[in-house]
Write a protein that binds this ligand. Structure first.
Ligand SMILES: C[C@H](O)[C@H](O)[C@H]1CNC2=NC(N)=NC(=O)C2=N1
Length: 100
């Protein structure tokens, strides 16, 4: 397995745009979470499918659940037990994909 680039810490400036789109910092700053609501189940699942491709490409996977038209997402970096640049990157991508 090729070494991955070093994780980068997350700053308040990194988080501010995410907080503005509905992400919340939880678990004492170790995670960010958001509830996405779509028009219906198929839209919700399509979002998860698109996001899954990016998660796999970046080898950074969400902790998420889907109930009908909502998708609840929690992001953290298991390797560091906290937030890293990968969580910010995946959250930004999820926000983009949700509005596709
Ligand atoms: C071995 C594998 O590369 C690691 O377990 C990856 C996989 N996906 C991951 N996903 C998340 N959310 N955090 C991680 O630390 C992480 N690490």
């Amino acid at each position: 397995m090729p070494d991955r680039p070093a994780y980068q810490p997350v700053t308040e400036a990194d988080l501010a745009p995410l907080l503005a789109t509905g992400w919340m910092v939880i678990e004492g700053g170790r995670c960010i979470a958001k509830v996405f609501t779509f028009a219906n189940f198929v839209e919700a699942f399509g979002f998860m499918t698109r996001a899954a491709l990016w998660a796999e490409k970046w080898n950074h996977h969400p902790d998420w659940s889907n109930v009908y038209k909502t998708v609840t997402v929690t992001l953290t970096t298991h390797d560091t037990h906290g937030l890293t640049d990968l969580d910010v990157k995946l959250a930004q991508k999820m926000d983009q994909l949700a509005f596709d």
